[in-house]
Design a protein around this ligand. Structure first.
Ligand code: MN
Length: 386
């Protein structure tokens, strides 16, 4: 049995991971669950999956969780710092990082240092500190198994190709709900429109990121570190059907793609049970439902976030960390109707211009940058007129 720690068990990826575990009770055993603040769902999950430990990050909900689980033999911890403690928990084989945002950085580092393989759903960790994380993983001989569908696709295409060089990868993008829209249109959109993704069902933050193409920008940075690529080896291609999840092109020009119906449970399951595939009854692809696949270039002029992400990656250092922290703040502000859709890019760009650049950051630099960028982005949001 594979023993699994799930950090972020009440979110979209966490709940789908538990569905996979539920369908394969003799393959997986959940040993740790953690939630940010959804205590009711965490309690329900703990009663069903009976982990050894649960963490509720919101300390005000500690007694509620503790009391609800008092008759079960489950240790209850509270607070964000407990995440790093449980990430290194001895009796676990794999840590699924399904937390939202750069809060995933410290627990991921703790898990790697404890020699745990990582199923990485928290792309922000690699965006913020990709170099540090990949070096640490190599040092501790830990595998980073991507859960992000595009990166899982590339990862799957690379099986058996260890001795072969990658010429280029194509990250596919659905284009989100605003594909083909103009800046004029985008200047008036509200969160309700942005939250309607055509193909994928996901959490609010990543759905807004998909609408603004920041998600694809973060994925470009994630891909650089996961697959050790130069920025010029990564191209984004819009494929609105979301059936081809990404493509690897080798040095002979041959291309391998991974395809399937868009369902996050597939990459989750692949990461959890790597290298073996598990049988399932997920919906199968039918060619007649998709007689035409289409492709187009991404409009980086209108969707400036994607351009900003490429710029941050070219500049390197702490620049992607600035981009990510500012983005977390503006997305939260957009979800609270405090800022317009296009203003999100303005704030991010200003943070990239104003926060001090650090060429070779250490962990402490990343943490400082993250903090300063959040403060500046918050101030810029307050000043902005919607
Ligand atoms: Mn993705």
């Amino acid at each position: 049995m594979k023993r699994i720690t799930i950090l972020g068990s009440t979110g979209s990826i966490g709940t789908q991971a538990l569905e996979v575990v539920r369908d394969h009770p003799t393959t997986f055993k959940v040993v740790v669950l953690s939630a940010l603040k959804n205590s009711a769902l965490l309690i329900q999950q703990a009663k069903e999956f009976k982990p050894a430990i649960v963490v509720i990050c919101d300390e005000s909900k500690y007694s509620e969780v503790k009391n609800a689980l008092s008759t079960l033999n489950i240790k209850v911890l509270a607070g964000e710092a407990a995440l790093s403690e449980v990430a290194a928990y001895g009796d676990s084989d794999l840590v699924l990082t399904a937390l939202m945002g750069s809060v995933g950085l410290k627990p991921t580092i703790a898990a790697i240092k404890a020699g745990k393989n990582i199923a990485l759903a928290n792309k922000e960790t690699l965006v913020v500190a990709g170099e540090l994380i990949t070096e640490l993983a190599a040092e501790h001989q830990v595998k980073i198994l991507p859960v992000d569908s595009e990166h899982s696709a590339i990862f799957q295409c690379l099986v058996g190709e260890e001795q072969n060089e990658i010429e280029k990868i194509y990250l596919t993008a659905s284009g989100g709900p605003f594909l083909g829209k103009t800046k004029d249109f985008l200047s008036t959109v509200k969160k309700e429109q942005a939250l309607k993704h055509p193909n994928w069902v996901m959490g609010a933050k990543i759905t807004i990121d998909s609408a603004s193409l920041m998600n694809k920008g973060l994925e470009v940075i994630e891909a650089k570190w996961l697959f050790n690529l130069d920025v010029d080896q990564i191209e984004v291609i819009v494929h609105p059907q979301s059936i081809i999840h990404s493509i690897v092109q080798f040095t002979d020009g041959s291309m391998k793609a991974q395809m399937g119906v868009p369902d996050m449970k597939l990459p989750i399951q692949y990461a959890l049970n790597y290298p073996d595939r598990l049988k399932n009854d997920f919906k199968r692809f039918n060619f007649l439902d998709y007689p035409n696949f289409s492709f187009q270039t991404a409009d980086m002029e209108t969707f400036r976030n994607l351009n900003l992400a490429f710029t941050s990656l070219r500049k390197g250092g702490n620049m992607p960390c600035i981009l990510n922290a500012a983005n977390e703040i503006v997305v939260e502000a957009f979800l609270k109707d405090k800022i317009g859709f296009l203003q999100m890019s303005d704030v991010i760009e200003q943070c990239m211009e104003e926060i001090s650049f650090v060429e070779n950051p250490q962990l402490s630099d990343y943490l400082e940058t993250d903090k300063h960028s959040r403060i500046l982005a918050g101030e810029l949001v307050t000043k902005s007129i919607v």
